[in-house]
Design a binder for this molecule. Structure first.
Ligand code: MRU
Length: 355
Protein backbone atom coordinates (compact mmCIF):
# COMPACT_ATOMS: atom_id res chain seq x y z
CA UNK A 1 0.00 0.00 0.00
CA UNK A 2 1.29 3.47 -0.77
CA UNK A 3 0.10 6.99 -0.13
CA UNK A 4 0.20 7.72 -3.86
CA UNK A 5 -2.97 9.32 -5.20
CA UNK A 6 -5.24 6.90 -7.04
CA UNK A 7 -7.97 8.56 -9.10
CA UNK A 8 -7.53 11.76 -7.07
CA UNK A 9 -7.96 9.98 -3.71
CA UNK A 10 -5.18 9.03 -1.33
CA UNK A 11 -4.78 5.25 -1.11
CA UNK A 12 -4.34 5.35 2.69
CA UNK A 13 -7.82 6.47 3.55
CA UNK A 14 -7.82 7.24 7.25
CA UNK A 15 -11.57 7.84 7.11
CA UNK A 16 -13.98 6.73 4.41
CA UNK A 17 -17.72 6.93 3.92
CA UNK A 18 -19.20 3.56 2.94
CA UNK A 19 -22.94 2.72 2.71
CA UNK A 20 -24.19 5.38 5.14
CA UNK A 21 -21.46 4.58 7.65
CA UNK A 22 -18.04 5.94 8.57
CA UNK A 23 -15.06 3.58 8.43
CA UNK A 24 -11.80 4.51 10.11
CA UNK A 25 -8.44 2.74 10.11
CA UNK A 26 -7.86 1.30 13.58
CA UNK A 27 -4.67 3.15 14.53
CA UNK A 28 -4.41 1.28 17.82
CA UNK A 29 -3.36 -1.91 16.06
CA UNK A 30 -1.19 -0.61 13.20
CA UNK A 31 1.23 -1.81 11.90
CA UNK A 32 0.54 -5.35 13.15
CA UNK A 33 -2.95 -5.22 11.61
CA UNK A 34 -4.63 -3.01 9.01
CA UNK A 35 -8.30 -2.99 9.99
CA UNK A 36 -11.18 -0.60 9.47
CA UNK A 37 -13.74 -0.05 12.25
CA UNK A 38 -17.27 0.94 11.24
CA UNK A 39 -19.22 3.75 12.97
CA UNK A 40 -22.96 4.49 12.77
CA UNK A 41 -23.62 7.19 15.39
CA UNK A 42 -22.06 10.27 16.96
CA UNK A 43 -21.56 8.47 20.28
CA UNK A 44 -19.66 5.67 18.55
CA UNK A 45 -17.44 8.16 16.71
CA UNK A 46 -16.78 10.04 19.97
CA UNK A 47 -15.66 6.78 21.55
CA UNK A 48 -13.42 6.07 18.51
CA UNK A 49 -11.78 9.47 19.02
CA UNK A 50 -11.42 8.94 22.78
CA UNK A 51 -9.74 5.54 22.52
CA UNK A 52 -7.66 6.77 19.57
CA UNK A 53 -8.87 4.52 16.77
CA UNK A 54 -8.54 7.86 14.97
CA UNK A 55 -6.09 10.48 16.20
CA UNK A 56 -4.18 13.49 14.95
CA UNK A 57 -5.79 16.92 15.08
CA UNK A 58 -7.16 17.26 11.50
CA UNK A 59 -8.37 13.63 11.39
CA UNK A 60 -10.19 14.11 14.70
CA UNK A 61 -11.93 17.17 13.20
CA UNK A 62 -13.00 15.20 10.11
CA UNK A 63 -14.25 12.31 12.26
CA UNK A 64 -16.30 14.68 14.43
CA UNK A 65 -17.91 16.24 11.35
CA UNK A 66 -18.90 12.78 10.10
CA UNK A 67 -20.19 11.97 13.61
CA UNK A 68 -22.65 14.88 13.39
CA UNK A 69 -23.71 13.82 9.88
CA UNK A 70 -24.25 10.22 11.04
CA UNK A 71 -26.51 11.35 13.86
CA UNK A 72 -28.55 13.58 11.55
CA UNK A 73 -29.04 10.65 9.17
CA UNK A 74 -30.11 8.41 12.04
CA UNK A 75 -32.61 11.02 13.25
CA UNK A 76 -33.97 12.18 9.89
CA UNK A 77 -37.35 10.48 10.44
CA UNK A 78 -37.66 11.43 14.13
CA UNK A 79 -40.05 14.12 15.38
CA UNK A 80 -38.73 17.71 15.26
CA UNK A 81 -38.01 17.90 19.00
CA UNK A 82 -36.18 14.58 19.02
CA UNK A 83 -34.20 15.67 15.94
CA UNK A 84 -33.00 18.89 17.57
CA UNK A 85 -32.22 17.37 20.97
CA UNK A 86 -30.54 14.34 19.37
CA UNK A 87 -28.33 16.56 17.23
CA UNK A 88 -27.49 18.77 20.23
CA UNK A 89 -26.50 15.58 22.08
CA UNK A 90 -24.25 14.61 19.18
CA UNK A 91 -22.39 17.93 19.38
CA UNK A 92 -22.04 17.50 23.15
CA UNK A 93 -20.70 13.94 23.13
CA UNK A 94 -18.24 14.70 20.31
CA UNK A 95 -16.97 17.87 22.00
CA UNK A 96 -16.24 15.86 25.16
CA UNK A 97 -14.15 13.20 23.38
CA UNK A 98 -10.67 14.81 23.55
CA UNK A 99 -9.78 18.31 24.79
CA UNK A 100 -6.54 19.47 23.19
CA UNK A 101 -6.86 19.40 19.38
CA UNK A 102 -8.81 22.54 18.47
CA UNK A 103 -9.66 21.11 15.03
CA UNK A 104 -12.35 19.08 16.80
CA UNK A 105 -14.13 22.22 17.99
CA UNK A 106 -13.42 24.05 14.72
CA UNK A 107 -15.12 21.26 12.75
CA UNK A 108 -18.08 21.12 15.14
CA UNK A 109 -18.52 24.88 14.82
CA UNK A 110 -18.59 24.58 11.04
CA UNK A 111 -21.18 21.82 11.23
CA UNK A 112 -23.32 23.86 13.62
CA UNK A 113 -23.15 26.92 11.36
CA UNK A 114 -24.34 24.83 8.40
CA UNK A 115 -27.17 23.36 10.47
CA UNK A 116 -28.25 26.84 11.58
CA UNK A 117 -28.14 28.20 8.04
CA UNK A 118 -30.46 25.41 6.81
CA UNK A 119 -32.84 25.08 9.77
CA UNK A 120 -35.85 25.89 7.57
CA UNK A 121 -35.28 22.76 5.46
CA UNK A 122 -36.62 19.25 5.99
CA UNK A 123 -34.68 16.92 8.30
CA UNK A 124 -33.73 14.72 5.35
CA UNK A 125 -32.32 17.74 3.53
CA UNK A 126 -30.44 18.90 6.63
CA UNK A 127 -28.89 15.43 7.03
CA UNK A 128 -27.78 15.43 3.38
CA UNK A 129 -26.34 18.96 3.70
CA UNK A 130 -24.44 18.02 6.89
CA UNK A 131 -23.00 14.95 5.18
CA UNK A 132 -21.92 17.07 2.20
CA UNK A 133 -20.23 19.46 4.66
CA UNK A 134 -18.35 16.59 6.35
CA UNK A 135 -17.14 15.43 2.92
CA UNK A 136 -16.03 19.00 2.15
CA UNK A 137 -14.13 19.34 5.45
CA UNK A 138 -12.19 16.17 4.55
CA UNK A 139 -11.56 17.17 0.93
CA UNK A 140 -10.45 20.63 2.04
CA UNK A 141 -8.06 19.09 4.56
CA UNK A 142 -6.19 17.29 1.76
CA UNK A 143 -6.04 20.50 -0.34
CA UNK A 144 -4.70 22.43 2.67
CA UNK A 145 -2.08 19.76 3.38
CA UNK A 146 -0.90 19.91 -0.23
CA UNK A 147 -0.63 23.71 -0.05
CA UNK A 148 1.35 23.47 3.22
CA UNK A 149 3.49 20.79 1.61
CA UNK A 150 4.38 23.05 -1.30
CA UNK A 151 5.32 25.96 1.02
CA UNK A 152 7.25 23.75 3.42
CA UNK A 153 9.12 21.72 0.81
CA UNK A 154 10.97 24.87 -0.23
CA UNK A 155 12.49 25.06 3.27
CA UNK A 156 14.19 21.65 2.99
CA UNK A 157 17.53 21.27 1.23
CA UNK A 158 18.21 18.33 -1.06
CA UNK A 159 19.61 15.59 1.16
CA UNK A 160 18.08 16.97 4.37
CA UNK A 161 17.77 14.63 7.36
CA UNK A 162 14.53 15.61 9.07
CA UNK A 163 13.50 14.63 12.57
CA UNK A 164 9.80 14.35 13.34
CA UNK A 165 7.91 13.57 16.54
CA UNK A 166 4.62 11.68 16.82
CA UNK A 167 2.66 11.12 13.59
CA UNK A 168 1.52 14.11 11.56
CA UNK A 169 1.04 12.07 8.42
CA UNK A 170 -1.77 10.80 6.22
CA UNK A 171 -3.05 8.86 9.22
CA UNK A 172 -3.42 12.08 11.25
CA UNK A 173 -5.36 13.83 8.49
CA UNK A 174 -7.73 13.11 5.61
CA UNK A 175 -4.62 12.53 3.48
CA UNK A 176 -1.04 13.63 2.68
CA UNK A 177 -0.35 14.82 6.23
CA UNK A 178 0.93 18.07 7.71
CA UNK A 179 4.55 17.52 8.84
CA UNK A 180 4.86 14.34 6.76
CA UNK A 181 3.00 16.17 4.00
CA UNK A 182 5.89 18.65 3.81
CA UNK A 183 8.30 15.72 3.56
CA UNK A 184 6.13 14.00 0.91
CA UNK A 185 5.94 17.21 -1.13
CA UNK A 186 9.73 17.68 -0.92
CA UNK A 187 10.24 14.09 -2.12
CA UNK A 188 7.72 14.63 -4.94
CA UNK A 189 9.73 17.72 -5.91
CA UNK A 190 12.76 15.48 -6.41
CA UNK A 191 14.59 16.15 -3.13
CA UNK A 192 16.33 13.28 -1.38
CA UNK A 193 14.90 13.54 2.12
CA UNK A 194 15.44 11.08 4.93
CA UNK A 195 13.34 10.97 8.07
CA UNK A 196 14.36 10.32 11.67
CA UNK A 197 11.23 9.23 13.55
CA UNK A 198 11.05 9.61 17.34
CA UNK A 199 9.23 6.55 18.65
CA UNK A 200 6.99 8.89 20.72
CA UNK A 201 6.29 7.29 24.07
CA UNK A 202 3.89 6.29 25.44
CA UNK A 203 1.45 5.68 22.54
CA UNK A 204 4.27 5.04 20.01
CA UNK A 205 2.79 7.04 17.14
CA UNK A 206 6.29 7.49 15.70
CA UNK A 207 7.33 3.84 15.86
CA UNK A 208 3.98 2.41 14.83
CA UNK A 209 2.52 5.01 12.44
CA UNK A 210 5.16 7.40 11.07
CA UNK A 211 7.65 4.59 10.44
CA UNK A 212 4.88 2.55 8.77
CA UNK A 213 3.83 5.41 6.49
CA UNK A 214 7.40 6.09 5.39
CA UNK A 215 8.26 2.41 4.87
CA UNK A 216 5.10 1.94 2.73
CA UNK A 217 6.27 4.73 0.50
CA UNK A 218 9.95 3.96 0.31
CA UNK A 219 10.97 7.25 1.95
CA UNK A 220 14.13 6.48 3.95
CA UNK A 221 13.29 6.43 7.65
CA UNK A 222 15.32 5.68 10.77
CA UNK A 223 13.51 4.97 14.01
CA UNK A 224 14.99 6.21 17.31
CA UNK A 225 13.76 6.24 20.88
CA UNK A 226 12.86 9.68 22.19
CA UNK A 227 15.95 9.98 24.36
CA UNK A 228 18.30 9.64 21.34
CA UNK A 229 17.39 12.91 19.60
CA UNK A 230 19.88 15.06 21.54
CA UNK A 231 22.74 12.70 20.79
CA UNK A 232 22.00 12.66 17.06
CA UNK A 233 21.73 16.46 16.98
CA UNK A 234 25.07 16.78 18.75
CA UNK A 235 26.63 14.38 16.24
CA UNK A 236 25.39 16.58 13.37
CA UNK A 237 22.97 13.97 12.03
CA UNK A 238 19.82 16.12 11.96
CA UNK A 239 19.34 19.12 9.64
CA UNK A 240 15.78 20.16 10.49
CA UNK A 241 12.84 19.28 12.73
CA UNK A 242 9.24 19.30 11.45
CA UNK A 243 6.29 18.51 13.68
CA UNK A 244 2.53 18.94 13.52
CA UNK A 245 0.39 20.62 16.15
CA UNK A 246 -2.90 20.23 17.98
CA UNK A 247 -3.42 23.87 18.90
CA UNK A 248 -1.48 27.09 18.40
CA UNK A 249 -2.31 30.03 20.67
CA UNK A 250 -2.65 33.58 19.34
CA UNK A 251 0.95 34.39 20.34
CA UNK A 252 2.42 31.38 18.47
CA UNK A 253 2.87 28.97 21.40
CA UNK A 254 2.47 25.44 20.04
CA UNK A 255 0.78 22.47 21.72
CA UNK A 256 1.82 19.13 20.27
CA UNK A 257 2.49 15.57 21.36
CA UNK A 258 4.29 15.21 24.67
CA UNK A 259 8.04 15.38 24.08
CA UNK A 260 7.85 18.06 21.38
CA UNK A 261 9.00 20.77 23.79
CA UNK A 262 12.09 18.73 24.62
CA UNK A 263 12.92 18.40 20.91
CA UNK A 264 12.43 22.15 20.37
CA UNK A 265 14.80 23.03 23.23
CA UNK A 266 17.40 20.64 21.84
CA UNK A 267 16.98 22.03 18.32
CA UNK A 268 17.61 25.57 19.56
CA UNK A 269 20.69 24.42 21.51
CA UNK A 270 22.10 22.92 18.31
CA UNK A 271 21.06 25.69 15.87
CA UNK A 272 18.68 23.36 14.01
CA UNK A 273 15.50 24.89 12.51
CA UNK A 274 12.31 23.82 14.26
CA UNK A 275 9.30 23.98 11.92
CA UNK A 276 5.64 23.44 12.79
CA UNK A 277 3.22 22.43 10.04
CA UNK A 278 0.02 24.19 11.04
CA UNK A 279 -3.22 24.52 9.10
CA UNK A 280 -5.17 27.67 10.02
CA UNK A 281 -7.85 25.41 11.55
CA UNK A 282 -5.32 24.56 14.29
CA UNK A 283 -4.78 28.18 15.35
CA UNK A 284 -6.93 29.25 18.30
CA UNK A 285 -7.10 33.04 18.36
CA UNK A 286 -9.28 32.93 21.48
CA UNK A 287 -6.32 31.82 23.61
CA UNK A 288 -3.73 34.51 24.30
CA UNK A 289 -0.92 32.09 25.08
CA UNK A 290 -0.04 28.43 25.41
CA UNK A 291 -0.66 28.19 29.16
CA UNK A 292 -4.37 28.42 28.39
CA UNK A 293 -4.36 25.35 26.12
CA UNK A 294 -6.11 22.40 27.82
CA UNK A 295 -3.69 19.50 28.10
CA UNK A 296 -5.24 16.05 28.05
CA UNK A 297 -4.13 13.65 30.78
CA UNK A 298 -4.51 10.03 29.70
CA UNK A 299 -4.70 6.71 31.53
CA UNK A 300 -1.80 5.52 33.70
CA UNK A 301 -1.87 2.17 31.92
CA UNK A 302 -0.35 3.81 28.80
CA UNK A 303 2.79 4.53 30.85
CA UNK A 304 3.00 1.46 33.06
CA UNK A 305 2.94 -0.96 30.13
CA UNK A 306 1.78 -1.60 26.60
CA UNK A 307 -1.19 -3.79 25.71
CA UNK A 308 -0.90 -7.01 27.79
CA UNK A 309 2.59 -6.30 29.12
CA UNK A 310 2.93 -4.28 32.33
CA UNK A 311 6.49 -3.36 33.31
CA UNK A 312 5.97 -0.82 36.12
CA UNK A 313 5.19 -1.70 39.72
CA UNK A 314 1.50 -2.19 40.44
CA UNK A 315 0.07 0.91 42.15
CA UNK A 316 2.93 3.27 41.22
CA UNK A 317 1.90 6.94 40.87
CA UNK A 318 1.91 8.00 37.21
CA UNK A 319 1.64 11.24 35.20
CA UNK A 320 0.56 10.98 31.59
CA UNK A 321 0.05 14.40 29.98
CA UNK A 322 -0.52 13.66 26.29
CA UNK A 323 0.69 17.04 25.01
CA UNK A 324 3.12 19.81 25.91
CA UNK A 325 3.51 23.44 24.92
CA UNK A 326 6.51 24.78 23.02
CA UNK A 327 6.92 28.54 23.49
CA UNK A 328 6.78 30.56 20.26
CA UNK A 329 10.35 31.76 20.77
CA UNK A 330 11.59 28.23 20.01
CA UNK A 331 9.65 27.99 16.73
CA UNK A 332 11.64 28.91 13.63
CA UNK A 333 8.51 29.09 11.48
CA UNK A 334 4.92 27.95 11.16
CA UNK A 335 4.20 26.36 7.79
CA UNK A 336 0.58 27.17 6.89
CA UNK A 337 -1.53 26.82 3.76
CA UNK A 338 -1.17 30.59 3.35
CA UNK A 339 2.62 30.49 3.47
CA UNK A 340 5.52 30.33 5.91
CA UNK A 341 5.35 32.52 9.03
CA UNK A 342 8.83 33.04 10.42
CA UNK A 343 9.25 33.84 14.13
CA UNK A 344 5.51 33.51 14.85
CA UNK A 345 3.96 36.16 17.08
CA UNK A 346 0.58 37.77 17.69
CA UNK A 347 0.96 40.24 14.81
CA UNK A 348 2.02 37.91 12.02
CA UNK A 349 -0.47 35.23 13.15
CA UNK A 350 -3.37 37.72 13.18
CA UNK A 351 -2.41 38.81 9.65
CA UNK A 352 -2.97 35.23 8.42
CA UNK A 353 -6.70 35.65 9.09
CA UNK A 354 -7.02 38.97 7.28
CA UNK A 355 -8.37 38.63 3.74
O1 MRU B 1 -2.53 11.99 20.62
P1 MRU B 1 -2.49 12.15 19.14
O2 MRU B 1 -1.90 10.98 18.43
O3 MRU B 1 -3.85 12.53 18.59
O4 MRU B 1 -1.53 13.37 18.91
C1 MRU B 1 -1.27 13.79 17.60
C2 MRU B 1 -0.25 14.86 17.51
O5 MRU B 1 0.25 15.34 18.50
C3 MRU B 1 0.04 15.39 16.14
O6 MRU B 1 1.36 15.81 16.07
C4 MRU B 1 -0.88 16.56 15.83
O7 MRU B 1 -2.23 16.20 16.04
C5 MRU B 1 -0.74 17.04 14.45
S1 MRU B 1 -1.39 15.87 13.30
C6 MRU B 1 -1.31 16.52 11.75
Amino acid sequence: MTQAMQGGRPSVETLKWVDEGLEMIDQRVLPARFDYVRYRSAAEVAEGIRVMVVRGAPAIGCAAAYGVALEALLLRSAGPTAFVSGLEGAFEVLAASRPTAVNLFWALQRMRAVWQAHQHRSQGEIAAILLAQAHEISAQDVRINRAMGAHGAALLADGARVLTHCNAGALATAGHGTALGVIRSAVEAGKRISVIADETRPFLQGARLTAWEMVQEGIPVTLITDNMAGHLMRCGEIDAVIVGTDRVAANGDVANKIGTYMVAVLAQRHGIPFYVACPLSTIDLTLAHGDAIPIEERAAAEVTGFRDCQWAAQGVKVRNPAFDVTPAELVTALITEKGVVRKPNRENITRLFEA
